[in-house]
Ligand binder design. Sequence first.
Ligand SMILES: [Zn+2]
Length: 65
Amino acid sequence: MTSTTRAVCPHCGWPDDAEPFQVVSRHGTAAGRTEWTRCGCGSLQVRVVDGGGTRIVSRSRPAVA
Ligand SMILES: [Zn+2]
């Protein structure tokens, strides 16, 4: 499988198409599902997973540890 766009976390470089560091919650939608995930750097992401794959629709700044 190839991906035309390979996005990575702008904060730590974690690949968006890699296994999420931590899945916070999952919600089923009509088109697939929405996942709230936390990156290794603490950034909260909203991923939409559907037939076309996974994409990040929202991303927060890293949490202050
Ligand atoms: Zn990150």
